[in-house]
Design a protein. Structure first.
Length: 187
């Protein structure tokens, strides 16, 4: 993948396959990947169906390569350096209300109002988020994940904003349905 262009197709089995590149599609996939109720093969199937416009045209023997290319696309065309899994410090669903204002500031407009925004453009803006509420939360999570000591202001922030900082475990669909039913009683 070329960093100087915005890919709209991925090469699988020597053939170009058009993909969906809007940031919303990829955020949906990241949410699917985080779903504890789905098995790896189910997540892979959803990835192929959502990302590849012609997923049925990908022969079964090339599906592993298609998933690898999808992962590289989602990672912005960058190769992972370590190959080791890192501790989870971001939840795109939970952190969306913190991430979006910061990305909006970088891009100078409301991304949710844009009809289309390429994933790599969104990801680039995400990587350029400067000092913000999100980076404060992320910094505390990263330090805690690595067992590092928090600065005094970070300890105070954590104490006052524990719900923002702590990553909540994903609920099963059944738990979420129960919660939604309870909410509906009070609306």
């Amino acid at each position: 993948m070329d960093a100087w262009s915005l890919p709209t197709a991925l090469t699988v089995g020597g053939r170009q396959h058009p993909i969906r590149t809007d940031f919303r599609d990829v955020l949906y996939l990241l949410d699917v990947f985080a779903d504890p109720e789905l098995e790896q093969d189910e997540k892979g199937a959803v990835c192929l169906q959502v990302l590849y416009r012609d997923w049925r045209a990908i022969p079964a023997e090339h599906r592993r390569q298609a998933l690898d290319e999808a992962a590289r696309f989602i990672d912005g065309g960058m190769e992972s350096e370590s190959g080791r899994p890192r501790p989870r410090t971001v939840d795109w669903r939970q952190d969306g209300p913190l991430i979006l204002p910061a990305v909006n500031r970088v891009l100078g407009g409301e991304v949710r109002a844009m009809e289309y925004l390429h994933w790599w453009t969104f990801l680039g803006a995400y990587m350029e988020i400067g000092d913000s509420l999100f980076t404060t939360v992320l910094g505390i999570r990263q330090k805690r994940a690595k067992g590092k000591k928090l600065e005094k202001f970070e300890q105070e922030f954590l104490k006052e904003n524990r719900a923002l900082v702590q990553l909540r475990p994903r609920q099963s669909r059944e738990e979420q349905a129960r919660r939604d039913a309870l909410k509906a009683l009070f609306v």
